[in-house]
Design a protein around this ligand. Structure first.
Ligand SMILES: NC(=O)c1ccc[n+]([C@@H]2O[C@H](COP(=O)([O-])OP(=O)(O)OC[C@H]3O[C@@H](n4cnc5c(N)ncnc54)[C@H](OP(=O)(O)O)[C@@H]3O)[C@@H](O)[C@H]2O)c1
Length: 253
């Protein structure tokens, strides 16, 4: 039975990924900060053919990765698949957004993801197998006005993951970055951007996004951008001048 550790499972894309892995008869370790939601999710996902465990942790704290790694070792588990999905957005003009909230976002998107990869990859190399699925964003490709810190932190995830994936070629270990565009989850509501143009057109379901991430990870792909619209958006961001892309992104947010 493969052991899968997923962060940010209590809603959205993480929830959909947990459902997919639970159906695949895996040992799924759900990591989030809300113990009550985690316990309800565990009960819902258990089907007799899988095993579900939970770890409650606020992943913005500086030693979060260490806490999780220790808990995994104390239980004698070995992680075959690591999914770094937990994330959130603090949108708005850089001069007006909440600095503390953004520091938390940097801790979660940059420090925590880096620390988790540092802790889990050496064992995966030793075992000659393992998959990491990191959740980036279409924003990983675009310097986004009115979402500057979020997009920059997601660009870090994409660059780190692509480089490490290339380093790991031939080891049996892969790192896949899932780069979704607008997805129908709690994300937009929490960031107060649910009424923006960005979340009015071509919004994907979390199930479709999760499925494309899972399939790409199983094929050992480096990057997956789910949905034709998102693929075209990313292509345009590379072909068109930034003066236009920056203006358009600002309009959409
Ligand atoms: N939805 C989109 O349009 C979209 C687009 C591109 C990329 N993404 C990325 O997709 C990933 C999943 O987001 P989503 O859309 O599924 O949003 P979501 O519905 O808000 O789910 C986010 C999950 O992460 C957890 N989380 C957030 N901060 C945490 C923390 N400090 N410690 C522990 N858990 C934490 C949340 O738990 P709580 O409920 O306790 O906060 C929740 O379980 C994120 O990395 C996001 O950046 C989303």
């Amino acid at each position: 039975m493969r052991t899968v550790l997923i962060t940010g499972t209590t809603s959205g894309i993480g929830y959909a990924l947990s459902e997919l892995f639970a159906k695949k008869e895996c040992h799924v370790i759900l990591v989030s900060r809300n113990a009550m939601k985690l316990s309800a999710q565990k009960q819902k996902l258990e089907n007799g053919n899988n095993r579900i465990d939970t770890i409650t942790c606020d992943l913005e704290q500086t030693n979060a990765a260490e806490i999780i790694y220790k808990s995994i070792k104390q239980n004698g588990w070995q992680v075959d698949i690591l999914v770094n999905n937990a994330g959130f957005n603090e949108a708005g003009l850089f001069s007006e957004t909440d600095a503390t909230c953004e520091q938390g976002m940097i801790n979660l998107h940059i420090n925590f993801v880096t620390d988790m990869m540092k802790l889990f990859i050496p064992e995966m190399i030793q075992n000659s197998h393992g998959h990491i699925l990191n959740v980036g964003s279409t924003g990983s490709y675009i310097a986004c006005p009115k979402d500057a810190v979020y997009a920059a932190s997601k660009a870090y995830i994409l660059h780190l993951s692509k480089a490490v994936h290339a380093e790991l070629k031939g080891t049996g270990v892969t790192v896949t970055t899932l780069c979704p565009g607008s997805t129908r989850t709690e994300f937009a509501h929490k960031a107060k951007i649910e009424h923006t143009l960005l979340f009015k057109i071509f919004v994907m379901s979390p199930h479709k996004v999760a499925l494309s991430g899972l399939r790409a990870m199983e094929k050992g792909k480096s990057v997956i951008i789910p949905g034709l619209y998102n693929k075209i958006l990313v292509l345009c961001s590379r072909l068109l001048p930034y003066s236009f892309i920056g203006w358009m992104t600002k309009k959409m947010l």
